[in-house]
Write a protein that binds this ligand. Sequence first.
Ligand code: FHN
Length: 614
Amino acid sequence: MTPTLPRGLTCLFLGLVGLAAAALNAQVPASSIDPNRYPKVAWTENETPEGKEARMRWFNDARFGMFIHWGLYSEWAGYVDGKRINGAGEWIIESAGNKLALSRYLTARDRFNPTKFDPDAWVKAAKEAGMDYLVITSKHHDGFCLWDSKHTDHDVASTPWKKDLLKPLQEACLRHGVRFCLYHSIMDWHHPLYAPRRKYNDVAQGPTDVPRFVQEYLKPQVREIIERFDPGLLWFDGEWESTYTAAMGEDLEAWCRRHGPATILNNRVGKSRKGMEGMSHGYSGNKGVGDYGTPEQNIPPNGFPKGVHWESCMTMNDTWGFVKGDNNWKSDATLIRNLVDCASKGGNYLLNVGPTDKGEIPAASLERLAAIGAWMRVNGEAVKRTEASPFIRPMPWGRITRRGETLFLHVFDRPADGKLVLPVDNAPRSAAFLATGAAVAAKRVEDSIVLDLPATLPDRRVSVIRLVLDGEVRPVGGLVDGRVRASAGRLLLLPDTAELGAGLIIESKSEGKPNIGGWVDDRSTVAWKLRAPKGSYVVTAELGAPDAGNRLVLDFGGGRKVEGEVPATGGWDKFRTVTLGTVELDGDVDLTVRAGPRKGEGVANVRSLTLTRR
Ligand code: FHN
């Protein structure tokens, strides 16, 4: 609670507290390759969730990386014979149809000579933007390799430049404390064994054979880049064609674990990704799914339970590989908000640059990187080394990130009444803008903390308030480290924090409030992880069902069960609160809700469960 000092002194006190905290918290780690902070952790067959968190720690702490698409396509720059070929620059040969045969595309190898390539400048641009890792295309779909590979001549050694382009970049990353990572395409439009062979491929001879391609080319080259460049992560791509199978993905993942056990893998190593939404859900196996999801050109609408890792990759304009004249640049405000949005949901933001064939990052990209960097120098502590918001759904006014007892409130849009309402069972210790140190009035009102914003915010793009709480956050209905916590003596279990069994969905049947629906299979279950202070709790449920007769069984573990009948409420969209019973709880509990034998169309729609301490 704010000390009871005269108002003037209170503001001064809070201002000083804010500045002191800034000095302390601003000490984010100097680099994501600091071996003291991020010792190498190898994947193991029996890796625990805690072990994976340790292995992913540099990635999670970084939150922000640079994506680089660079290759022969940068030389074509989106044009053939002076005409723009629609689509992303790196897809030009695939998009050009009969305008560009592979043999003509490959003449770019005779011209590719990046005389302006300055690896230190690239890495400094990333570091100064607040990016702690860099992912560059070692080989994109056109099969051209940016290093002198012993497995092919379709590489930089066959260009006027001749020299390896990846090693200097890796060395620059080591100099500047940025984690060096590699993108690698599975799909290969050039290699004679890869299928389907493209119509424009007038170079390849002999029959295709993808199993041989994988065994004799893809895997040896992946081992080559692991051993030569020790990448922090491998960003596989081009896994979607049917000729590359789930079994191949599981085999490639095992190969990477064997040769680079500390190298993080994205989920495109195998076949588990769901399109551009990017996450690996509903996949039968747990092999060949890599370590994290890869939403592309989008940011998931909500957060995920703890332990789900992901990274949204996005372009700054409309293309990954350089295209002359693509000036549809996102504003720095949009890019900063995207970064904050990802961090608030526990994910990373991988922002792309497409250098020219001469090795220059476009000026418009550099300008945006500099603007993001200026914002990060003031607000970076609210992004780096943070955890996701305790609320899975975003706030209407902006986003929240968390570190221990501190919440960072990222204000995108000032509410008309100037009030930020936080449904937490905490009291505020201090609240201040990171940009100015100016205190923000914060007080408890009913079951929330309400902050009163000044008429003008420090930064029209994103203004960040550091809110220090009176202890670990106790969100009403939210999650802290994957568990629902008690607030004001009750635990509110909502659809967003549930682990839904097969077939169950989150919908909104009425009043815009989410409910668990689709419960037509009485074998489906709903689970919540919670942490409850010792006590006896009354269990109530908000349920909707047209017919009576179904039953719910709440299994709290340790033989503790509560069960009750689902009433007829008048319809799937009519909800009624019913009391199901009482239960003794103390500490961490994994609650599983099962249905009795289904009667009628479905079991019930569930809007919430509430455990209220007696
Ligand atoms: O086809 C590629 C595309 O060229 C680009 O590399 C993106 C980046 O994530 N991935 C694929 C499209 O999903």
